[in-house]
Design a binder for this molecule. Structure first.
Ligand SMILES: [Zn+2]
Length: 142
């Protein structure tokens, strides 16, 4: 495992209102689905991130194609329920786990997922570097 990675399960967090996507708020009838889906994704995506870590590029390509097919064919079941609801939601979580591998991760549906620290990560921001003292000293004044 890369020592600079977020670990086996990556970093998966709900995004706040100020981030690139708005977090759905509870209590609004049309938003309840989004809230529950985002909560569920924060549970499932880390599991798929861990599963995908040991896959070859070809296996990931196949997983991406399968997820795309499932979501494209049964997206309505995913949102409104139906025979394929479970498999399409699983495909969505797997797709986000695959996209989390990209530099900077992925932010979608109220969730951010990534595998390594990066600028503007809503989960684990990079540490803030402080300026050196203006007088050229390298250590803080006592
Ligand atoms: Zn991130």
């Amino acid at each position: 495992m890369n020592p600079e990675s977020h670990g086996l399960f990556g970093c998966v967090v709900l995004v706040r209102k100020d981030d690139t996507e708005r977090v759905p708020q509870r209590g609004q009838p049309n938003e309840e689905f989004s809230v529950l889906l985002a909560d569920w994704l924060t549970f499932m995506v880390p599991l798929f991130i861990a599963e995908l870590r040991h896959m070859t590029d070809e296996e990931i390509r196949r997983a991406r194609a399968d997820a795309l097919e499932q979501i494209a064919s049964h997206g309505d079941d995913l949102q409104y329920g139906g025979r394929h609801q479970g498999s399409s939601r699983t495909a969505l979580a797997k797709a986000l786990a695959i996209l989390a591998r990209a530099e900077g991760g992925v932010t979608a549906l109220g969730v951010h997922a990534c595998l390594a620290p990066h600028v503007d990560c809503p989960g684990r921001p990079l540490p803030v570097l402080t300026d050196h003292p203006r007088d050229g000293r390298t250590e803080p004044p006592s």
